[in-house]
Design a protein around this ligand. Structure first.
Ligand code: ATP
Length: 270
């Protein structure tokens, strides 16, 4: 199959300014930005630059955003793929795509490789009763491990991966010299939700009754992605109501709508 398997973004514009909250996670990836910008500073003292870090946290909390911002801050290309794109592949295809990805990335180093939903390929081996031990997912995972072991840490390629299920990952992925660092990306608290609202309110034309603190209080348990949705939905609702600005009531209705959507999603899951 010729399905698109990885994306290449040579000119990333996302920076840490676009990532609200996540102070600790940002601080941890800051070091990766430094590695990418000035590798010699670290390697001349004999240090080994880490090959990869695993971003762990619930859906919509900004893992992809943060990975992209690392590339943007370091001004390096961003190669990305999603583990879920590999599950339905013909024998040999997944592994060869992984090989291709690493080959192209090495040519463009320094750069970032980002693997979203790594659990789709990185589940512990031999745990799925529906597949034999030679299923394509496993071949893909083995190729990924081979690629990670096969390049020099100082080649300038850093691999970031994201998952919300670190518990089901094959231990081999977490071994030294692979994803030996975990960075936790959690749901935002009240104050962080305010910071995320500020980012996503920026492009909107707001009525005078819209207050960030009020919106943060109305949205406990919301992820950054949910908040981005609320802001966009509120703007669409306001437009439908032929308003000149987005009002508090539009936000309240948008919050209701998003909560409705979340409840539906939870019902399907449970
Ligand atoms: P998933 O696990 O579902 O892939 P994710 O953790 O990778 O989710 P993103 O795809 O990065 O989440 O987030 C989706 C969108 O939500 C972002 O593009 C951004 O608009 C918004 N968002 C999420 N977190 C934040 C944040 N901390 N600050 C600002 N915006 C955020």
């Amino acid at each position: 199959s010729q399905a698109k398997v990885f994306d290449k973004d040579q000119k990333v514009t996302t920076t840490f300014k676009d990532v609200a909250g996540l102070a600790e996670a940002k601080q941890e990836v800051e070091e990766i930005v430094e590695f990418l910008k000035q590798p010699a500073k670290f390697t001349k003292l004999g240090g080994k630059i880490p090959k990869g870090a695993l971003l762990v946290g619930p859906p919509g909390t900004g893992k992809t955003l943060l990975a992209r911002a690392v590339a943007g801050e370091a001004s390096v290309p961003f190669f990305s793929m999603s583990g879920s794109d590999f599950v339905e592949m013909f024998v040999g295809v997944g592994a060869s795509r992984v090989r291709d990805l690493f080959k192209q990335a090495k040519e463009k180093a320094p750069c970032i490789i980002f693997i979203d939903e790594i659990d789709a390929i990185g589940r512990a081996r031999g745990k799925n009763p529906n597949f034999g031990s030679n299923d394509e997912r496993e071949n893909t995972l083995n190729q990924l491990l081979t690629e990670m072991d096969g390049f020099d840490t100082n080649s300038g390629v850093i691999i970031l991966a994201a998952t919300n299920r670190a518990d089901i990952l094959d231990r081999a992925l977490m071994r030294a010299g692979r994803f030996d660092r975990q960075i936790h990306v959690e749901l935002p608290d009240l104050k962080e939700r305010g910071e995320i609202f500020k980012v996503h309110l920026r492009p909107l034309k707001l009525g005078e009754d819209v207050k960030v603190e009020f919106l943060s209080k109305q949205t406990p348990g919301f992820s950054g992605a949910d908040i981005a949705n609320v802001c966009n939905e509120a703007a669409l609702i306001a437009a439908r109501r032929n308003r000149d600005a987005v009002t508090k009531q539009d936000f309240l209705d948008a919050v209701d709508r998003i909560i409705g959507g979340l409840e539906k999603k939870n019902k399907i899951i449970s």
